[in-house]
Design a protein. Sequence first.
Length: 247
Amino acid sequence: MGWLQRTTKRRLSLLRHWNRLMKMSNNRLTKQIFIWEYQNGKDNWCTDVLEIFKNLDLEFIYENFMLCNLKLAETQMKQAENTEWKANLEHKPKLRLYRKIKFNKEPETYVKLNMNRLERSLLAQLRLGILPIEIEVGRYRRKPIESRKCPFCKEYTEDELHFLFDCTTYINLREQILNLTTDNKHKLTDSDKTDLLLKISTNSPRKLAKYIVKAYDKRSRLLNKWYILILSNLSNNVLLTIYKGDL
């Protein structure tokens, strides 16, 4: 979601309390307990705060009883989170599209909008590469990526970019909702499609979510009709065998 980690929020809370203690009079009981812990304690609240300052390379603040610049501390923590997040992305092959459209660990526009549950869910699934289209479903069956063909086009791999911009099954929806027309003479490259997805995600996330919902619904209905048609043409013996799980 791009939100701050709970550990980061906790550390910032500790630093805010540190600042309150620094401003507090020494004759306050709370301040006296703090000073006692600072001088004598081990594995306590003060040592936790010291560890935070060490990680931020701000240990001199702890040693000199100074106020902490909370904005600077938060910025450094966010940068550390962002670096760790980017490193982790490289070890997750499923996030092939996500890596191309997500560059910083921060909440996306669509997360903040008042969308319905299905729209937000399918949009998030597509971005994360877990929308149940062939590129993902084929993985369950251990099919090579090049064999995960679109059930309608047959010729092309059904990945997220194909589903969004290429498949002829959704031409009308693409024109009506996204205002995009398909021009076979000037076919978009994967890089062009990624740039277009970034633009639509930023400027028109509601339209994108609406398109995904309607296109995926159409895909499901068409495939269900095909399966029913195929089953209706099978003999009773074959259907009984399938039911028993022998096929």
